[in-house]
Design a protein around this ligand. Structure first.
Ligand SMILES: [Zn+2]
Length: 69
């Protein structure tokens, strides 16, 4: 039996088309001023199953303790 995915360490995301968690391909879609938009494509049916924005270049906002009101 041959493996269709070699060494591809993909996350599993639920695909509405396949109706199950499927391995997805991460694709850089857009470069935004405050991050990069990634699109996730199902490897089974090639439909988009989601996207996320990966923030780059910016530090996450520090959580300040609230003093009084
Ligand atoms: Zn699918």
């Amino acid at each position: 039996m041959e493996q269709s995915f070699d060494q591809f360490n993909a996350a599993l995301l639920y695909c509405n088309q396949c109706r199950r968690a499927m391995p997805v391909r991460e694709r850089l879609l857009l470069v935004l001023p405050d991050g990069e938009l990634y699109d996730y494509t199902c490897q089974g049916c090639n439909s988009s199953v989601g996207s996320k924005t990966e923030r780059v270049g910016l530090k996450p906002p520090a959580a300040k303790p609230r003093l009084g009101g």
